[in-house]
Design a protein. Sequence first.
Length: 190
Amino acid sequence: MNKSVVLVIGMLASGIVQANDWTGNINGFIGHKSLDSDWGKFDSQGEFGIISDFGHQSWPFLIAIDVFVSARGDSKEKKNNGDLHVDGATSEFMIGIRRYFDLNYAISPYVGGGITSGYAYREIKQSDGTYKDENDDGYGPWVGAGVVWRPWKHFNVGFDARYSDFEVELFGKDQNAGGLHMGLNAGFHW
């Protein structure tokens, strides 16, 4: 009986030690997305998201899982047939790898890349109540780089820049709904 208890405690303790060899980050992001000019006024959008990664400390790369949402609304715009209100939005789910370069300071630059699954949406409302919207999704690559500063053991603050590329079709027109994402992030490191 005592040998079994010691064996179980030993197995549990080794699992806890192994769990401590894992590392990762989860950061909130706020920034800006620049889309291609075929988006017209909507080529510049505010953006927020989550940047996360995890992996074993012995791995050369961490697994990256990021989510971003951007949007912009245009208040009333005069057209020949009345006032318009137009909204444009995109969202992206990115998965890939990320490599950190620890500089023996509290600063770590990183690079990463992978695949994005994106969604785009446009909505047009006219003053007479006429309403139309359209959405589409697509897939493509993303690449990025950034830097994080860890002023405390479990706190990150940093800057992230990345480019994504995926095509959608909205109102019969092909558009690139990816773009340049830039912003600040802050969050938790373990």
